[in-house]
Design a protein around this ligand. Structure first.
Ligand SMILES: *Cc1c(COP(=O)(O)O)cnc(C)c1O
Length: 392
């Protein structure tokens, strides 16, 4: 039998041991975690909608009509009109013909990728894609070819050398780096090489593009350019669930084939109503996105002045690259001692030697919150053996 206790001990020794914090109260920048009030800069609630009064009210108002549980899978008797309305709303929101609602983004990626490729096919996957994409690729049993992060030229030559059914999968906004995939170029090489493009816009929906419609619409790409668009609802949308959007034919096919859609209980339908409300808030949320952009710009300028190594990101994901696991944990602890919560991100979530503090900003933060974080970082700075030290 495997020695689980020893494996855990080994993880502790290399700074890879993971723990959970106990949160009480709603998700918001002022977070109570393990009984301490901290100012949080690590949630994915980019617009502050996870605790939005009108969304909570929409959920409460829906409950008497929908009841609580989903009770069955969509294909048995769980497909409620609230889910259906949400699918229509998501299709309109993403300017697609149709959409299909999944219970989580993890399940959407697992189900969609494994439905659209199988044995004998080839999937091309960006080297920094999210774990759920990687697992979807493995589940499909297709041949997996990882291409260097964002490298369209490398992808193009790999595509040219491959025949048969080809799928290209990428994050829209990369979850741990915050940069945006070269979507227009990806769409072009996919069109020229007869490959099906799948974009997972978990971190773009709500934040980027006109009315927050995401990175794909920000790049001006249609359903023909990006036939398979995946989005999640637990991040900027502030509720729960995920979706895939595209043609009617694609949705019909996925209803037949996506096992994580077929063999799981439908989400409580009231949550779909809350999500519809949240999409209204997002469409009318230019002021939220403008405020967020201001926070991002201020944080980048301030962190840069302090000599931190920033990444090429204009999104709310603003990681501070550290390097080794212990230093990342050390910086996180130093910030916590000053009342800030910024979790250290370590391998295998990021490549070895690229541990970082994944700072995320939210429209729920004030400019004063960002200033406070920068002051705290200026004090914690000396504990950091960062590579950018020479530029200070
Ligand atoms: C968070 C995330 C997911 C998973 O979505 P959940 O709804 O949280 O399961 C999928 N893809 C990317 C890129 C993500 O960042």
């Amino acid at each position: 039998m495997r020695d689980f206790a020893r494996e855990i001990e080994e993880r502790k020794q290399v700074g890879l041991y993971r723990t959970r914090r106990l949160v009480s109260g709603p998700q918001r920048p002022e977070l109570t975690a393990d009984g301490n009030r901290l100012l949080s800069f690590c949630s994915n609630d980019y617009l502050g909608l996870a605790n939005h009064a009108a969304n909570i009210e929409a959920l409460q108002n829906a409950l008497p009509q929908t009841g609580l549980g989903g009770a069955a899978s969509h294909l048995i008797c769980g497909h409620h009109e609230a889910h259906h309305e949400l699918e229509q709303r998501l299709a309109a929101f993403t300017r697609r013909s149709a959409a299909l609602f999944f219970s989580t983004g993890y399940m959407a990626n697992m189900g969609v990728i494994s439905a659209l490729a199988g044995r004998g096919d080839t999937i091309f996957s960006d080297s920094l894609n999210h774990a759920s994409i990687i697992d979807g690729c493995i589940l499909s049993r297709a041949r997996i070819q990882r291409y260097p992060h964002g490298d369209v030229n490398a992808l193009e030559s790999m595509l040219r050398e491959t025949s048969g059914h080809k799928l290209v999968v990428t994050d829209g906004v990369f979850s741990m780096d915050g940069d945006v995939a070269p979507l227009r170029e990806l769409a072009r090489v996919c069109r020229e090489n007869d490959a099906l493009l799948v974009v997972d816009d978990a971190h773009g929906i709500g934040v980027l593009g006109p009315e927050g419609r995401g990175s794909v619409l920000d790049a001006g790409l249609t359903e023909q350019d990006v036939p398979v668009l995946i989005g999640t609802l637990g991040k900027a949308v502030g509720t729960s669930g995920a979706f895939v959007a595209g043609s009617e034919l694609l949705m019909d096919y996925l209803v037949q084939k996506a096992r994580t859609y077929i063999y799981t209980t439908a989400m409580p339908p009231a949550m779909a109503r809350a999500t519809i409300n949240s999409l209204d808030v997002i469409e009318q949320g230019d002021h939220l996105r403008a405020h967020l952009d201001g926070l991002i710009a201020r944080f980048r300028a301030g962190a840069n002045e302090l000599g931190f190594e920033l990444m090429a990101s204009h999104t709310p994901i603003q990681p501070l690259m550290v390097g080794d696991n212990e230093s990342a944990l050390g910086l996180s602890r130093a910030l916590e001692a000053r009342g800030f919560l910024v979790t250290a991100i370590r391998p295998p979530t990021v490549p070895a030697g690229e541990a970082r503090l994944r700072v995320t900003l939210s429209a729920a933060h004030s400019m004063a919150d960002v200033e406070k974080l920068l002051v705290a970082l200026s004090y914690c700075r000396p504990t950091l053996p960062v590579r950018a030290a020479a530029s200070v």
